[in-house]
Design a protein around this ligand. Structure first.
Ligand code: 9WN
Length: 453
């Protein structure tokens, strides 16, 4: 499983120093942008990850990161995927004016934001802050402040995003998955028909060639914008979205993160003196729904469910392994997930170097190691699946994943993503969650035993 070549790159200590530098550089005073170049606003799941790294730099900043995000929480509990901030620049498209979320009565009047969600990692982040914060008393006060907001966020997902009451939240836009152009959405994207006149003239903000390279195609972008138009036409009313939106999917990563977040909410509830029972029940409900509905017996893998056509989406991508993170699979399912992760599709090939984990199966013809969520390695996913493997006792394999999380930034810096076979960095540089994941893994001892590599 291990590749034993001599790895090059800066030392671990130097990489840690650079990680802190990236977080300083991207800090705006109230939150951390994912990067100056392409993402000059606050993104929801980026901030959750970033706070888990920031806690090792500055407790106040880690907390402010979360507070700043939740300032944009809607009255119905929705936590928007982007919070716009003037002082961080205004050239992101689609920006606050385009979203025009105030057409929905629950949207905040004074905090510009989007009308979509992103994977709900926030409760897990807040629990982590509580567990490792240097100032425990202050951390407990912060957890008390955050608990009702997190509760409202999760209540929203179970109340509004699960119209069939199955214990699984839907997403209504690929952006909500955090894996925008994953091949897993291709089938649904191809089905969405519209006329050019149905979408406004717009200019992508990633128009420089070096940035667009390896980013979603213009065709994808048109569909993304069309879906935004649909949501705007429906004034982001959840019941109408559930009825009419052509993209309606029970995503694996989103729901796995939700399931783990409910388990973490139970711990948070206990810490702050609230009732943990509802969280345990919902977590188990979601896990059970995975095992019953989202497990595909033919391929022995978890598959997301397309609610529009009421059938699974048959693509093998990293979302398929995310249930490990939340302890969802039974022993048999976990073993099959592990076998797939260890196969030529997702694991090391022969004696070739391969970094973990490719975001999409290398055995599929449209696998592309340089295109965004269609092949490259992302450090947050490496950490998440590594944690899942550890949970099920696949420690050696987990070490291989954490080794990638450790080696890629040492070789190529804190890039947005990395080429699976060469380890070269791709996308923007000084990317916050890559730096935060590195710091987090270091402080959690997940790199232990790798000093000699
Ligand atoms: C759209 C910020 C975000 C991440 C997502 C990633 C990408 C945005 C984009 O960047 O999405 O939300 O412009 O492509 O796919 O996971 O949160 O880093």
């Amino acid at each position: 499983m291990q590749t034993e070549e001599k790895l090059e790159g800066v030392t671990h200590e130097e990489t840690l120093r650079r990680a802190r530098e990236v977080l300083d550089r991207n800090w705006t005073g109230t939150f951390t942008m994912p990067s100056h170049e392409l993402y000059p606003q606050q993104w929801s799941w980026d901030s959750a990850l970033t706070s888990m790294g920031l806690i090792h730099v500055d407790q106040g900043r880690a907390q402010e990161e979360m507070r700043s995000l939740f300032r944009a929480q809607w009255e119905n509990g929705l936590l928007p995927h982007i919070v716009f901030s003037g002082h961080a620049g205004n050239d992101y498209f689609p920006g606050a004016d385009y979203w025009d979320v105030r057409r929905n009565p629950y949207a905040p009047r004074d905090v510009p934001c989007s009308g979509l969600a992103q994977p709900p990692l926030h409760a897990s982040a807040v629990l982590h802050l509580l567990q490792v914060a240097p100032d425990r008393e202050d951390a407990l006060e912060f957890a008390k402040e955050m608990y009702p907001k997190l509760r409202a966020w999760h209540d929203y997902l179970y109340r509004e995003r699960d119209p069939r009451r199955e214990g699984l939240a839907y997403i209504c836009h690929p952006w909500e998955s955090g894996r925008d152009n994953s091949p897993v959405w291709d089938e649904v994207m191809a089905r969405i028909q519209f006329k050019r006149s149905d979408i406004p003239d717009y200019r992508r903000n990633d128009s420089d060639d070096w940035i667009r390279d390896g980013r979603p195609s213009n065709k994808d972008y048109d569909v993304y914008i069309y879906l935004c138009e649909v949501l705007k036409r429906l004034d982001f009313r959840d019941a109408d979205v559930a009825r009419e939106c052509p993209f309606l999917v029970q995503d694996l990563l989103f729901n796995s993160i939700l399931c783990q977040a409910e388990q973490d909410m139970a711990e948070l509830a206990e810490a702050v003196g609230a009732d943990p029972v509802i969280h345990r029940r919902r977590g188990e409900w979601t896990a059970e729904a995975f095992r019953r509905k989202l497990w595909d017996n033919r391929h022995d893998i978890f598959l997301p469910h397309d609610l529009r056509l009421d059938r699974p989406l048959q693509r093998h991508e990293i979302g398929g392994f995310s249930p490990l993170f939340a302890g969802i699979p039974d022993r048999f399912q976990a073993r099959r997930c592990h076998e797939m992760l260890d196969s030529e599709a997702f694991g090391p090939v022969g004696d070739k170097t391969c970094f973990a984990v490719p975001s999409y199966s290398r055995e599929d013809i449209d696998y592309d190691p340089t295109n965004y969520w269609r092949g490259p390695v992302w450090l947050n996913i490496g950490w998440l699946i590594g944690m899942g493997l550890r949970r099920y006792g696949y420690s050696e394999h987990a070490r291989w994943l954490f080794r990638s999380v450790r080696e890629l930034p040492r070789r190529s810096g804190f890039r947005e993503r990395y080429h699976t076979e060469t380890g070269e960095g791709e996308g923007v540089d000084n990317f916050s969650w890559s730096a935060a994941v590195y710091l987090h893994c270091h402080h959690e001892g997940l790199f232990e035993g790798q000093e000699t590599l």
